[in-house]
Write a protein of this length. Structure first.
Length: 369
């Protein structure tokens, strides 16, 4: 016998202890795996819950709040009309109350500056004259406090088809009359840096017109009155803002912007139709890009991403709403939606202008030509 009775008991005891240890170890391993699986499941559920809360939080945040919508031009004008057309549809898709506030001054610059410096909580947004905003920044005009690439872009309401109008019965019934004129053509415009002024001096430069740009008029009526009186011969402006004046029989459109003619003006040549040199076409291509920025809506820098995305979706839904489209048609205010990404792309393209062409625009904006 190798083992005595006492030795057998010891061996049995060791076997039991060893077996118990294995059992405990196995249980511990299962518990650890179960714990890890539980933590992973809980983490996944927590992530899904957090994402759901973020989607809901933007809607919940805006529900019942008030959004201030800055319009940088006077009541009753084109930008104001667009702002007030859009407001109820932004209310519909955000759940907030939208209040339009007109912040006039500086050819629209004051309102844009105020928008840029507004709190970044997503409760202040506004419309801009995209061309003026870009050109003022490009030329470093005194008083500009904003940086274009830092705005929280939301989308574009419309482009700005431009028209060159002259007095009915006056000496300039066609663009050829202007091009061939031996006399100096007097073109009325608003302040330096404004789109009517930049259009006038840039197109004059591109087409080699014999013209004098007389600036300092208010944004619409007074320039039109000056044309009616014969104090000036012509002016540039957006078609939507000049249409009433033209349809009243006071003025006629003799030139329009764009590569294609508007359906409203099928017999009026575009500036590319009359540009007869590569340089002229290059200048007008940049000018066309500036107008393509149009009338964008933006917020100040730093709006929380989920709120900005919510605003972009609400804006897109509003712009595609059949009732808004019908209201805009009735008000003769064309819509031409573009996404925030598209606006940024256009602005970048304009900023990459060749130095010699950029210099023309900088001088135009500063009133040096």
């Amino acid at each position: 016998m190798l083992f005595g009775r006492g030795s057998k008991k010891i061996v049995i005891l060791l076997i039991c202890v060893f077996s118990l240890t294995l059992a405990i170890s196995g249980c511990g391993s299962d518990d650890t795996a179960t714990s890890e699986e539980t933590e992973t499941t809980e983490a996944t559920e927590e992530t899904e819950t957090t994402e759901a809360v973020e989607v809901e939080s933007a809607a919940d945040f805006y529900d019942g709040k008030t959004i201030e919508f800055i319009c940088p031009y006077p009541p009753g004008k084109g930008y104001d009309q667009y702002s007030r057309l859009l407001a109820p549809y932004l209310e519909k898709y955000t759940g907030a109350t939208v209040v339009v506030r007109n912040v006039e001054g500086g050819g629209g610059m004051r309102g844009v500056n105020e928008l840029y410096r507004a709190p970044a909580d997503g409760l202040v947004i506004g419309i801009q004259n995209g061309m003026a905003s870009v050109t003022n920044a490009l030329a470093g005009i005194e008083g500009v406090v904003y940086e274009l690439d830092k705005f929280s872009w939301i989308g574009r309401v419309t482009t700005n088809p431009r028209v060159f109008i002259t007095k009915v019965g006056g000496p300039y019934g066609t663009i050829e009359d202007v091009i061939n004129s031996q006399d100096t053509v007097r073109i009325g415009a608003t302040g330096l840096g404004g789109s009517t002024y930049v259009d006038a001096v840039v197109v004059t430069e591109a087409l080699g017109l014999k013209a004098e740009v007389i600036h300092g008029y208010d944004s619409s009526g007074p320039v039109e009155q000056a044309i009616a009186r014969g104090d000036v011969d012509a002016m540039w402006g957006s078609w939507s803002s000049r249409r009433d004046f033209v349809e009243a029989g006071e003025a006629q459109v003799i030139l329009q912007s764009g590569e294609e003619r508007l359906s409203d003006l099928p017999d009026v040549p575009t500036w590319f139709d009359v540009a007869d040199t590569p340089r002229a076409k290059e200048i007008l291509t940049v000018q066309e890009g500036l107008h393509a920025v149009g009338r964008p809506v933006a917020g100040p820098p730093g709006i929380p991403p989920e709120r900005l995305q919510f605003l972009r979706e609400a804006f897109k839904n509003a712009m595609e709403d059949p009732d808004l489209i019908a209201d805009a048609e009735e008000a003769q205010r064309p819509l031409n939606y573009a996404s925030a990404e598209k606006i940024e792309e256009i602005a970048v393209g304009v900023s990459q202008t060749k130095p010699d062409i950029e210099e023309i625009f900088v001088k135009a904006i500063k009133g040096d030509i």
